[in-house]
Design a protein. Structure first.
Length: 180
């Protein structure tokens, strides 16, 4: 917990700044995540925050609701839930996964979807290098399960000596050079 909370917090804050800077006229723009336009991506982030708050409190998964425009507030709730030591203990009753795995899933979502949003809206994005390293290590271990569950796309080839963030994007099916 001691090493993950700062990573989760920084990644969430970076993504929150990006969300707050999106203008309504950008909602229909495409994103590197083919399933989402900008508004859908922000709605997905709202759901991710709500779901991981519930999971951090050992609650059930929640269904995604309609866009509410309150990602930063929901993200604060997520971080509050995970700041409790008991959030990290055991496995999720709902998912059957170690709580540490769920925290890593949240970190991957914040890091990658932050990039998705920045690319789609023309914002600058510099992910936290420690968060990227942790997300890449976790994703390398979980990528096949993620693909089976439809969470990750087909890999995109990137050079072996590419930066860690480009390798993370490629592993989960994002093209690191994607532009609008």
């Amino acid at each position: 917990m001691e090493d993950m909370m700062p990573l989760m917090t920084r990644a969430t804050e970076r993504t929150g700044r990006l969300v707050r800077a999106v203008r309504q006229e950008q909602f229909g723009l495409a994103t590197p995540c083919a399933k989402f336009d900008v508004k859908d991506l922000i709605n997905h982030l709202e759901w991710v925050a709500e779901m991981f708050e519930s999971l951090g409190r050992k609650g059930p998964s929640v269904e995604q609701g309609p866009y509410a425009g309150d990602f930063p507030k929901r993200a604060e709730g997520t971080l509050a839930a995970w700041s409790r030591p008991e959030a990290w203990e055991g496995t999720s009753p709902d998912r059957g996964l170690p709580m540490t795995a769920l925290a890593h899933m949240y970190l991957v979502d914040m890091v990658v979807h932050g990039w998705d949003l920045a690319r789609a809206t023309g914002q600058e994005y510099e992910p936290d290098l420690d968060a990227v390293s942790r997300a890449l290590h976790f994703t390398e271990q979980m990528v096949e399960m993620g693909r089976r569950r439809g969470v990750f796309g087909a890999p995109v080839a990137v050079p072996d000596d590419a930066p860690q963030f480009d390798r993370l994007l490629g592993i989960i099916g994002r093209d690191p050079v994607w532009t609008v």
